[in-house]
Design a protein around this ligand. Structure first.
Ligand SMILES: [Zn+2]
Ligand SMILES: [Zn+2]
Length: 316
């Protein structure tokens, strides 16, 4: 009888516990959202983003193959021209006191190494230095971000980080993948590494402590967020959102732009000329909205169009 009564009450009790657990989760989320970000006390270095990243059309006549924008004297953002690849990926070059860090090498068909060498020579001259080591790493292993690697392999004072998860984990010192952080110190410039598998197994985000810029690769950008592993992706977005809540983040910059400035509208796959692109940087609101959406969809992710991006699960 007692067992009977217990059985009869169990669904109601489970429902109450479920509601309490959800309430606790929501409260803890609210608590995190309100907590002030941890700040080292060092002022963040400022910089400028351009008003447009227009990458040109089908003709290469009037567009450099790799556009270079100086965010400030020690951080350069590059974008591959549309005429060389409709993917038009972004590349990033950071300078620290002891090393430079190149993130991604483009989609191929362009000379990246000459541009990097030119920027490095100018940096060395400005800083009265003779030489500098270079680390080449990747937001993830897809071909539109690693195709220029061969231009750097075997060069003096240059390390090219392997593309597989084990190599990334070892190089950046991530103890427990994907829940722990890694880091690289470029010399008075620490860049944190946040494992964010889901789009691709070896996807990582980079957080530059000097500028507060967070680089999110193909995992979070104004475009189609292709999701290969839905569970890993949902957990990665959750960790990324927690990181953003607790750190002073100035800009979140991804590796592509596929959306238009018109809300809920993207350029169709393969579009070369994108004259009315969405800005590159996304804000906290978009990340927290994405986190909320993928949390809700966990385990049964469907294509979902948001104002500035689309969640796009892929067949396995
Ligand atoms: Zn990708
Ligand atoms: Zn990509």
């Amino acid at each position: 009888m007692a067992d009977h009564a217990a059985d009869a009450d169990a669904p109601a009790r489970r429902a109450v516990v479920g509601r309490l657990t959800r309430a606790a989760l929501i409260l803890s989320g609210v608590g995190l959202a309100c907590a002030p970000p941890v700040h080292s006390g060092q002022p963040l270095e400022s910089g400028q983003l351009p008003t447009t990243w227009y990458a040109g059309g089908a003709s290469c006549a009037s567009t450099l193959p790799l556009r270079v924008h100086a965010y400030n004297a020690d951080l350069f953002i590059m974008r591959q021209a549309a005429c060389t690849s409709y993917e038009k990926p972004f590349l990033y070059l950071f300078f620290g006191r002891d090393r430079a860090l190149l993130l991604d090498t483009g989609a191929g068909a362009i000379d990246v190494v000459t541009v990097v060498d030119t920027l490095t020579r100018a940096w060395l001259a400005r800083n009265r230095r003779a030489s500098l080591d270079l680390v080449v790493a990747h937001s993830h292993a897809h071909s539109d971000h690693v195709a220029g690697d061969s231009q750097f392999v075997g060069r003096a004072r240059t390390s090219v980080v392997g593309r597989d998860t084990a190599s990334v984990r070892a190089f950046f010192g991530v103890r427990q993948w994907p829940t722990d952080l890694g880091a690289i110190d470029l010399g008075a410039r620490v860049v944190d590494v946040i494992p964010i598998p889901g789009h691709q197994a070896a996807s990582i985000a980079f957080y530059d402590r000097r500028t507060g810029i967070l680089l999110t690769g193909d995992t979070f950008y104004p475009g189609r967020l292709y999701v290969r592993d839905t569970t890993a992706f949902a957990e990665s977005i959750d960790r990324l959102a927690a990181f953003v809540r607790s750190h002073p983040v100035t800009h979140m910059l991804g590796a592509h732009i596929e959306n238009s400035r018109t809300p809920y509208k993207d350029y169709v796959v393969g579009t070369v000329d994108q004259p009315d692109e969405h800005p590159l940087d996304l804000g906290r609101a978009q990340l927290f909205e994405l986190d909320s959406v993928v949390r809700t969809m966990r385990g049964r992710m469907t294509r979902t169009v948001l104002r500035d991006l689309t969640v796009w699960p892929l067949e396995r």
